[in-house]
Every structure is written in structure tokens, then in C-alpha cells.
Design a protein around this ligand. Structure first.
Ligand SMILES: Nc1ncnc2c1ncn2[C@@H]1O[C@H](COP(=O)(O)OP(=O)(O)OP(=O)(O)O)[C@@H](O)[C@H]1O
Ligand SMILES: [Mg+2]
Length: 149
């Protein structure tokens, strides 16, 4: 039934649990995976209106390079594990200040028929029921969502 699973991951240990289960599920039902990591966007707080420090472009570049490197490392690990299990896996890095929107957009774009993600991520189990991105994906997605606890 499910042929293409979207696997959002933030590289956290809890997210890693969903990655492992997703690869096992995909293998058992013959589905492919698209793994996605949403990179944070560079944000700047202006001290004075209209004032932009000459150093900002370099800081932005360094920030974006660091984010891209972290994202590639996270996704490379998923790809390696999926390939070792014989599961077809594509990887996508996108920049967005609103991860859940980027996740839902990607599910539509690549026509995924299931989104599989952990209940919590980097911040851990401190948020009572669900992490905020998972809660918002569950609220707004029209694609079925499988939450790994
Ligand atoms: N930037 C991201 N890129 C891809 N997937 C993400 C991203 N952030 C979160 N996720 C997905 O959502 C899951 C839950 O993370 P979420 O951010 O909702 O909870 P949290 O980090 O524990 O708490 P918080 O809501 O405070 O961020 C992660 O395991 C991961 O699957
Ligand atoms: Mg989080």
C-alpha cells in the first residue's frame, strides 16, 4: 500500500529511532524513502533600523555552509543505512524557518504516501506529548503520518 515514505530527520537520537524503524518498514513493504532535513535559515536582529554591519554577508555565508554540512552529514548516515538494507533512498536538504511546512511541501512535491517521524527530536522529551514539528505535521498534513515513540 505505502510505496514512498517521507522521513524527516533532525539528526537527534530520538529521530534516529524513527530512521531505523522506517528503513525496516520500507524494506518489509518494498517502499522507497525520501529523507529530508530542514536547515535553519540565517536570521539577523538589527540593532538600529537600516544598519547592516559589513561583516554580515560573511557571517551568513559561514552559517549557511555550517548548516549545509551538518545536513549532509545527517542525511549521509540515513542513506548509508538504507543502502545497506537494500532500500532505495533519496536525500533532500532544504532551508526554512518553518520545518513542518517544508516537510509537508516536500511530501506533496515527491508524492510521498506516508510521513514517518519521531514524536520528539533535538529538544528531547521535555515537551509533554509531542514535539512541536511533529504536532504541526500531524495537524496540517493530508498525507498519513506514522509517529514513532
Ligand atoms: N529541522 C528538521 N528537519 C527535519 N525533520 C525535523 C526537523 N525538526 C524536527 N524534525 C522531525 O520532527 C521530529 C520531532 O522533532 P520536534 O522538533 O517536533 O521535537 P523536539 O525537537 O523534541 O521539540 P521542539 O518542538 O521544542 O523542537 C524529529 O524527530 C524529526 O523527525
Ligand atoms: Mg525540534
Amino acid at each position: 500500500m505505502y510505496k514512498h515514505i517521507l522521513l524527516p530527520t533532525d539528526g537527534s537520537t530520538l529521530s534516529g529511532k524513527a530512521v531505523k524503524q522506517c528503513i525496516r518498514l520500507a524494506k518489509s513493504i518494498g517502499a522507497k524513502i525520501t529523507a529530508i532535513n530542514v536547515m535553519p535559515e540565517f536570521q539577523m536582529v538589527m540593532a538600529d533600523e537600516g544598519f547592516v554591519s559589513p561583516g554580515v554577508p560573511q557571517i551568513k555565508k559561514r552559517f549557511e555552509e555550517g548548516a549545509a554540512k551538518r545536513s549532509q552529514t545527517i542525511l549521509a548516515e540515513v542513506k548509508t543505512d538504507a543502502t545497506a538494507a537494500g532500500v532505495d533512498c533519496d536525500c533532500v536538504s532544504v532551508s526554512s524557518g518553518v520545518p513542518y511546512e517544508a516537510i509537508i511541501k516536500q511530501a506533496k512535491k515527491t508524492r510521498c504516501d506516508l510521513i514517518m517521524m519521531a514524536s520528539h527530536g533535538r529538544k528531547g522529551l521535555s515537551s509533554i506529548l509531542l514535539g512541536s514539528e511533529t504536532a504541526k505535521v500531524l495537524t496540517h498534513s493530508t498525507v498519513p503520518v506514522l509517529v514513532v515513540r
